[in-house]
Write a new protein. Structure first.
Length: 456
């Protein structure tokens, strides 16, 4: 079954295939839509001054995110293995070097590192589900909500417990294999999340500060834009689309031959971007209405949304549902973050899926302790980008993902032969030429320019 060199169209994945095109789109959307859209986008945009950052982010999504996503899917489907083995195999076939496996290896590492802090924040959403349901935010003032947040993250035992619970949930699903239940979850989760965001948006519009929110998000002030915020925008584009680390490559490995890569990518990119924009539009008016600071950092949505729900009719219900949905969104992303590492361990060391999930999960849990402590015991322990949490985030989003993305587009655009890529994309027409120009020139030059200028 393996090693059918030169006959790549007939390679089969060891882990089975998606049941339909819709199943694939749902799985990729489930990985893309997560804390990145609702927790991270607003606070990163806030820290980087709003408008100009949002504009750069949108440009990065369109001209870099889209070609990287397409490249990842096509590489994954052609190789049909875990990202490390796929890059080694195609590297050998197309470019005569197995060294490309290191691109897959960096992706495996990035997934592990990202999930180590992602799980901590996902643990907060679990706890906020419980707090919402027990009415902790009903009618609460801004001071009370932010006081509750500070007390909560200040308690390392409590947020450590939440982190442990979330990792347990993730290990559980990955161990059982990415199965139907999950597809069903995404099918209803994304539309439901969209509905609740629209409800929040409606509330924001009546807050009297909608204009300020809009202006903050969409009036670009380029004087405030530094190379570092351009890098943050690029990193956020990669993070939110789940690209640059082989996760989409791993999902692409299970994609049926006849599915359109361009169409699927476009659907995911549009859905993901729409949800981030809605989250921003719902949150910033509330920030200004309550005299909060948009640059406040990771606590931003945990300070604004409970406050809004607390003042709404039916707020206890909506708030609970919202945090349940956000936990689900984080859960479907966590699975994607673990998949490259787990698929690699299964194929390389012949462990069972369950063993691999437990091993990788424990490693991630342990690394996550650093992020748990970053909000309390070790909050004053700062180096380079800040706390341990800040450093893991900076290293992964701003360095590893863009670098991985750069190597992936260069591989697809320059190393793979034209025929292999047009074969996978299923066309040699206009869409193919557009992809090829973006993958060969625009995306690599763009990423390099930002990385060099920001890190210098
Ligand atoms: N896109 C996810 C989010 O927005 C986070 C993420 C980054 C991710 N890389 C990933 C999820 C890889 C799955 C796979 O929350």
């Amino acid at each position: 079954m393996l090693g059918n060199q030169g006959d790549s169209a007939k390679r089969k994945s060891l882990h089975g295939h998606w049941s339909s095109r819709m199943a694939f789109i749902l799985a990729v959307t489930g990985s893309a839509v997560g804390l990145g859209n609702i927790w991270k986008f607003p606070y990163i945009a806030g820290q980087n001054g709003g408008g100009a950052f949002v504009l750069v982010y949108l440009v990065c999504v369109a001209i870099i995110g889209m070609p990287v996503m397409m490249s990842e899917i096509l590489i994954g489907r052609r190789g049909r293995r875990n990202p490390v083995a796929t890059m080694a195999l195609l590297g050998q076939e197309e470019g005569g070097s197995e060294k490309w496996r290191w691109v897959g290896g960096m992706g495996v590492a990035a997934g592990v590192l990202i999930l180590s802090y992602y799980s901590v924040i996902a643990g907060w959403t679990l706890a906020y589900t419980v707090k919402s349901a027990t009415g902790a935010f009903a009618g609460a003032s801004a001071e009370s909500v932010s006081q509750q947040f500070n007390n909560f993250v200040g308690d390392w035992r409590l947020i450590g417990l939440c982190h442990t619970a979330f990792m347990g949930l993730s290990i559980f699903v990955v161990a059982r294999g990415v199965e139907r239940g999950l597809e069903q979850a995404v099918r209803f989760m994304v539309p439901a999340l969209l509905l609740l965001l629209l409800l929040l948006l409606g509330y924001s519009m009546t807050s009297g500060f909608f204009q300020q929110g809009l202006a903050f998000m969409f009036t670009p002030d380029f004087d405030r834009l530094t190379w570092n915020s351009v890098l943050a925008a690029l990193g956020q584009a990669f993070f939110t689309l789940s690209i640059g680390m082989g996760a989409i490559m791993a999902y692409g490995a299970y994609l049926p031959e006849e599915t359109s890569i361009t169409g699927s990518s476009a659907a995911v990119v549009v859905a993901d971007t729409a949800i981030a924009m809605l989250a921003g539009l719902a949150i910033f008016p509330l920030v200004f209405a309550n005299n909060l600071n948009p640059g406040d950092g990771p606590g931003l949505v945990f300070d604004t949304l409970p406050l809004a729900f607390g003042q709404m009719a039916g707020g206890v219900f909506f708030s609970t549902v919202f945090f349940v949905l956000l936990s689900f969104a984080a859960w479907t992303s966590a699975i994607g973050l673990m998949e490259p590492a787990v698929a690699w361990i299964v194929e390389r060391f012949h462990h069972t899926r369950a063993q691999a999930a437990v091993m990788i999960g424990l490693l991630i849990w342990l690394l996550g302790v650093g992020s748990v402590l970053s909000f309390n015991v070790l909050s004053d322990f700062r180096f380079l980008a800040g706390t341990i949490f800040d450093n893991v985030d900076y290293l992964t989003s701003n360095i590893m993902l863009p670098l991985g993305g750069l190597l992936i587009v260069v591989f697809a655009g320059w190393v793979m032969c034209r025929n292999s890529t047009s074969d996978e994309l299923g066309t040699s027409g206009l869409w193919f030429s557009a992809w090829r120009v973006m993958a060969r020139f625009i995306a690599p030059i763009g990423i390099l320019l930002v990385l060099v200028n920001a890190v210098r």
